[in-house]
Design a protein around this ligand. Structure first.
Ligand code: PLP
Length: 441
């Protein structure tokens, strides 16, 4: 490191050290904006090679284990044996009383709403900040969504909003663990039980996440996972349903598996539907199950590595004024899906998000943002013809609006990344030191 850079580094470390005080006084202390931003012709802060960064951020991560298992399976010709093997391993991992793999997360959702077995026109609470199928899958069981806001501190289900929106038709409440952060399922389940609602979980983002030692997807009566390519445990495509009771399991299983009823006890109410099930064919592809089995073996180790890298970065970044991360309770163990989401209070800081992302990108930081579609704003919910009765379209969703307007994403690193993390911190500090100027840009 050159003497000039060393001096800059000392200044930066001094800034980070006093970060707590800065946060308290927000505008009180400023790092002298001595360095020219890369966007304005200065030197780029991130110098780790693009090949190394590509290797650290590559997703999905398949290797010899997946290739070998696929070859073994093709050679063996025993394709369908892979499905119960995967289910057994997933059940051992999550400790769910019953599990069934489906062809994707969306078909697991459709099966779950069918299994719910509540009268047509019943309403199910869902976060509006979610994937379309979490809401639309219920249409096939004649259920209607009630759109719930998210907590701006977590981007997860806002129980207080749910309490305000309870109707006499509400029968179930479904929470989604956004970006791998568990919803507060203890509070949600307590409230649901008190009101006689069935708690449900969409854990499509949260493989390996748990609360009080209990895996997400097992807190509620039924939960689902997706193993689609982008997910924390990808099998290219695939899904899983988790069930607390035999009744839910059998109905959800039989919905998309015509061969299922024959497996059930003679007195099962579903047994008589042998040969048809309830109209869909949702079998998971066995080659995907083979990939999922290998991914599951490495899941905890990869999650731990990602977490270590996130902590090394976020513990320093969150000392910058106005920059926070989603709140995670000490008894929650979160996973990280897609990216490392950071909250930046742009209004308070006077930054524009475009200006910040442009400046960070020029420094070599893989900064981005992506506003999650708010389901209630999409066309299909406003047209009565698709629904048993029209879903109520809320006028305002302040939690969603805040999160969508005040986040940025930085990549997750799936390998030893200390040098890159250090450079990321320096890039943020450099940009933050110029924030008054950026505010005017
Ligand atoms: C929150 C959520 N739920 C459900 C799903 C559906 O999963 P799949 O794509 O496997 O159908 C997704 C997929 O992106 C998701 O993000």
């Amino acid at each position: 490191m050159s003497r000039k850079n060393q001096n800059q580094d000392i200044t930066r470390r001094g800034f980070i050290k006093t970060g707590g005080a800065v946060v308290a006084g927000l505008a009180a202390t400023r790092l002298a904006p001595t360095e020219t931003l890369a966007a304005e012709g200065g030197a780029k802060t991130v110098t780790v090679s693009s090949q190394k960064i590509a290797a650290l951020t590559r997703w999905p991560r398949y290797g010899a284990a997946e290739k070998n298992r696929l070859h073994e399976l093709i050679d063996s010709n025993k394709f369908y044996e892979e499905l119960p093997l995967f289910e057994k391993e997933w059940q051992d991992y999550t400790k769910a009383p019953f599990v069934k793999c489906h062809m994707n997360g969306s078909s697991a959702l459709t099966s779950m709403y069918f299994a719910l077995d509540v009268p047509a026109g019943s309403e199910v609470m869902v976060p509006t900040y979610t994937f379309f199928s979490a809401c639309l899958a219920m249409r096939f069981s004649n259920l209607v969504p009630i759109f719930i806001d998210i907590d701006p501190k977590t981007a997860c289900f806002d129980l207080e909003d749910a309490k305000r929106k309870l109707t006499p038709r509400t029968k179930a409440v479904e929470a989604m663990h956004s970006w791998g952060l568990p919803c507060e399922m203890d509070h949600i389940c307590d409230w649901a039980n008190e009101k006689g609602l069935v708690p449900l979980e969409d854990a499509a983002h949260a493989h390996g996440a748990s609360m009080k030692g209990k895996k997400m997807g097992t807190w509620s009566q039924m939960g689902i996972y997706s193993f689609q390519t982008s997910k924390v445990m990808p099998s290219v495509e695939g899904g899983m349903g988790m069930y607390q009771t035999r009744e839910y399991y059998e109905r959800a299983f039989a919905f998309g598996h015509y061969e299922a009823p024959a497996k059930f006890a003679k007195d099962s109410p579903v047994r008589a539907y042998e040969g048809t099930g309830f109209g869909q064919k949702y079998r998971m592809h066995p080659l995907a199950a083979a990939v999922a089995r290998m991914q599951l073996k490495g899941l905890d180790a990869l999650n731990a590595l990602v977490e270590k890298n996130v902590r090394a970065l976020n513990d320093r970044l969150t000392q910058l004024p106005g920059l926070t991360e989603p709140r995670c309770r000490p008894d929650q163990k979160r996973a990280y899906y897609h990216a490392n989401m950071l909250f930046v209070d742009f209004k308070k800081l006077g930054f524009s998000r475009d200006a910040l992302v442009k400046a960070l990108k020029a420094e070599g930081v893989g900064a981005s943002f992506w506003d999650y579609p708010e389901q209630h704003k999409l066309k299909i919910y406003s047209e009565a013809k698709w629904w048993h009765h029209p879903p109520k379209i809320p006028e305002k969703m302040p939690g969603c609006a805040y999160v969508n307007a005040n986040h940025i994403f930085v990549p997750l690193f799936y390998g030893e990344a200390s040098e890159l993390i250090d450079q990321y911190v320096k890039a943020f500090e450099k940009v933050w030191a110029q924030r008054d100027r950026l505010a005017k840009a």
